[in-house]
Design a protein around this ligand. Structure first.
Ligand SMILES: [Zn+2]
Length: 381
């Protein structure tokens, strides 16, 4: 009988919708939550287990025994129906994670869906707001220590105060000039958030974290929501979906890549690469990433006449072609996808480009679309 059930389960997971993780979209799920009625990947299964079995009952498709009732529960729901229920009201500002996104994003997405059921009961979406206030731990400029600071969002600005009762903020940033990015590996903080903005012509980063992952995602989503409201007023002809790509950018991807020069005899040298939304301090070298229509491209493999290497890829720019090699095939895919996203991102929503030309002229030097790909001999922040 359990053989019949195993066979049934292995048939069910092949169905459209069930064949990708219900929470992050990764293909070929190996786990399931049978009370919710969904098929999920190994990473999401771990988050489901942390919710507790009163919310999600997790089982391995292959290693666990399935009884008739459990098979029936998952058969009557499945990933498509569950999505209709648990993802019914996702606000446009909410960032739905994909496989490979920062763990805090995935954790809170799963908690939002099943524990708090935020996308069923919209009144639970506390980030749909125009102002916010709270304490975040802020990294001191010169040292590695974090100190509690009061942060306030109001009237489309973000301010922070050194003392709770201080009258004057230490910094005031227009939300339209602010980028927020989850940067756990760069900061070595699970709930690390990088706030970036231009001040006096140079880039400034503020690093904050909070012990609660829910709080960090609340700030992240609130900033995205307020920016979206502002953009919808500024560009009334654009839809929310068109404006969402401009809310935040997080091209903070970093790791070891081997890089070679333009000649066949040049050796591959290992360098620590950082793809960031804004230029970081003191890189040894940097590659400007423009827009694909201006002769920027990324391809697997090496150009003719260049020494090949495992998992190589070429970044083509109008000036020269850069040849790099990643440590694994997955890593290459991740880097290429991240770089491609930058190259494919136009300046403004396409349909509104001409109308926005005037505004973009005024703001062109401050536009953070242009991303930098920089490298160093050593890993450091
Ligand atoms: Zn998943």
């Amino acid at each position: 009988m359990s053989d019949t059930n195993s066979r049934k389960i292995s048939e069910l997971v092949k169905k459209d919708g069930n064949n990708t993780c219900a929470d992050c979209g990764l293909p070929n799920p190996e786990w399931a939550s049978y009370n919710i009625g969904i098929f999920i990947c190994t990473t999401c299964a771990a988050w489901h287990r942390s919710l507790g079995s009163h919310i999600s009952k997790v089982k391995s498709l292959r290693l666990d025994k399935w009884d008739d009732e459990q098979v029936q529960m998952i058969e009557t729901v499945g990933n498509v129906k569950a999505k209709e229920k648990y993802e019914k009201h996702i606000p446009p500002c909410y960032r739905v994670p994909q496989a490979g996104d920062p763990p805090v994003l995935l954790e809170q997405w799963i908690r939002a869906k099943y524990e708090r059921q935020e996308f069923i009961f919209v009144e639970k979406q506390t980030y749909i707001c125009n102002s916010m206030e709270g304490t975040l731990m802020k990294k001191a400029r010169a040292e590695k220590k974090y100190f509690p600071r009061k942060f306030v969002i109001a009237d489309n600005t973000l301010k922070y105060y050194v003392k709770e009762n201080a009258k004057e903020p230490k910094a005031t940033v227009q939300l339209s000039e602010l980028n927020v990015c989850l940067a756990p590996s760069k900061m070595n903080q699970d709930n690390g958030l990088q706030l970036s903005f231009m001040t006096d012509g140079s880039t400034r980063h503020i690093y904050v974290h909070h012990e609660s992952s829910e709080t960090i995602i609340l700030w992240y989503a609130a900033i995205r929501n307020i920016k979206l409201n502002w953009l919808m007023v500024a560009y009334p002809n654009a839809s929310a979906e068109e404006l969402v790509p401009y809310l935040t950018t997080d091209f903070v991807i970093e790791g070891w890549l081997s890089k070679t020069g333009p000649n066949e005899r040049d050796a591959y040298r290992r360098r620590w690469f950082i793809l960031d939304d804004l230029k970081d301090a003191y890189p040894r070298g940097e590659i400007f990433l423009g827009y694909k229509d201006n002769n920027y491209n990324i391809k697997e493999g090496v150009p003719r006449g260049c020494k090949d290497h495992d998992f190589s890829f070429s970044l083509i720019t109008p000036d020269r072609t850069y040849v790099m090699s990643a440590p694994t095939s997955d890593e290459r895919m991740r880097w290429m996808a991240a770089i491609r996203t930058v190259l494919e991102r136009p300046l403004r929503p396409q349909d509104n480009q001409s109308k926005m030309a005037l505004a973009s002229k005024r703001k062109s030097s401050r536009n953070s679309r242009q991303s930098w790909f920089s490298f160093n001999k050593d890993q450091h922040v």
